[in-house]
Design a protein around this ligand. Structure first.
Ligand SMILES: Cc1cc2nc3c(=O)[nH]c(=O)nc-3n(C[C@H](O)[C@H](O)[C@H](O)COP(=O)(O)O)c2cc1C
Length: 360
């Protein structure tokens, strides 16, 4: 039991899910909240958790997954929580409202969430303004790119490239999101030839536009592909110049849920504990195929240090969480970071990079 799980979470869960989300993000965007978060127990800096991944240095491997701070309004708060990196977005080039509400549902008995936001975005310029107001931002920042709902897949690359052009000054890395289930047809961009062409265009533009730094481009994949399709997508992404893979986005599967049918049956992507086995399996499959050629960011159902350690042993160089933060609260980041250090000590390992893929 923590103050969050005994007091804060019940109060937030008494509210409509999206309202609770809006209030939390609005609070986290305020300086007083950032100062208050600094009082939370922090994990001590631990050199064994520091790594170079896709040519970037990370102080610790625990990141915030895309979707929680879509508009980049709470960036300083994520640093205060102790995240090693943060993914902002999904950002679409032009503003769009996303799907009608309700579009966010909690499944407490499953420690899960279903969402069908559909890329509600203030657009690339709006996010640029938000990030400019938040500088300097301590941890590494990734920008997750999506296409506008009205843009056909044939012209999707123009959308992704447009956002790169606007947001490159703020990005340590970009993520090509082709795996959200909530934008009709988006997942078709995971098909080999389409994905290779898309990634090539994003990588080329990211290289052209900045002489100051190389911005790695990652691709975020769905957990709902067969292993053969997953590997086909990833090979295509790497041929197109991707520097790494984020595995995975939310699932459209609903197997084994405890939630009542009217909630479990909501359309959208499922995240949290029920996704864990699928996302871990995807990491193993990917690591067995690509090894250390392309780093994997493991995401899906991570709530504890054991979950994070297991995911890294399954091949992930870095991990991310979203649903775990909603259920466990802000202290979870320090608990996972500290717990990873404790597991290294237990196993007599001197650097986290030594355990990556150890179980594969
Ligand atoms: C409410 C919600 C919104 C999300 N929005 C996005 C998004 O905009 N872009 C994206 O790539 N992933 C999005 N995701 C997926 C997460 O980044 C992550 O891949 C997924 O939730 C699995 O991690 P988790 O089990 O730790 O939540 C969203 C997830 C949730 C729960």
């Amino acid at each position: 039991m923590t103050v969050y799980t005994s007091l804060v979470r019940p109060a937030l869960f008494a509210l409509d899910a999206e309202r609770a989300h809006e209030l939390t993000i609005a609070a986290l965007g305020r300086p007083w909240a950032v100062n208050a978060l600094r009082w939370l127990p922090r994990a001590p800096t631990d050199g064994r958790l520091a790594q170079q991944v896709f040519g970037l240095s990370f102080d610790n491997p625990v990141g915030l997954a895309a979707g929680l701070d879509k508009q980049g309004t709470a960036a300083p708060a994520w640093a205060a929580l102790g995240f090693g990196f943060v993914e902002i977005g999904t950002v679409t080039p032009r503003p769009q409202p996303g799907n009608p509400r309700p579009r966010l549902f909690r499944l407490p008995d499953d420690r899960a969430i279903i969402n069908r936001f559909g890329f509600n975005s203030v657009g690339a310029s709006g996010v640029a303004a938000n990030l400019a107001a938040a500088l300097p931002i301590a941890p590494r920042i990734g920008i997750n790119l999506g296409r506008n709902r009205q843009t056909p897949n044939e012209q999707a690359a123009d959308d992704y490239v447009r956002t790169v052009e606007v947001l490159h000054p703020y990005a340590d890395f970009f993520v090509v999101n082709v795996s959200s289930p909530n934008t009709s047809g988006l997942r078709d961009l995971q098909e080999g030839r389409a994905l290779r062409a898309l990634v090539e265009q994003v990588v080329t533009r990211a290289r052209e536009i900045t002489t100051r730094k190389t911005i790695p481009v990652l691709v975020k994949v769905s957990p709902d592909m067969t292993s053969a399709d997953l590997l086909g997508s990833v090979d295509a992404a790497l041929e197109g110049g991707a520097a790494g893979i984020i595995a995975t986005n939310t699932t459209v599967s609903r197997s084994g849920l405890r939630a009542p049918a009217h909630v479990a049956g909501e359309t959208g992507g499922l995240s949290g504990a029920p996704l864990k086995a699928m996302a871990t399996g995807a990491c193993r499959t990917l690591f067995a195929h690509v090894g250390r050629r392309a780093p994997i960011v493991g995401v899906g159902g991570i709530f504890t240090a054991d979950d994070a350690y297991e995911r890294m042993r399954a091949g992930a160089s870095l991990v991310q969480l979203y649903t775990g933060l909603i259920y466990e609260g802000p202290g979870v980041v320090a608990r996972i970071v500290r717990g990873l250090g404790e597991r290294l000590a237990r196993d007599g390992v001197s650097s986290i990079s030594e355990v990556i893929g150890a179980d594969v």
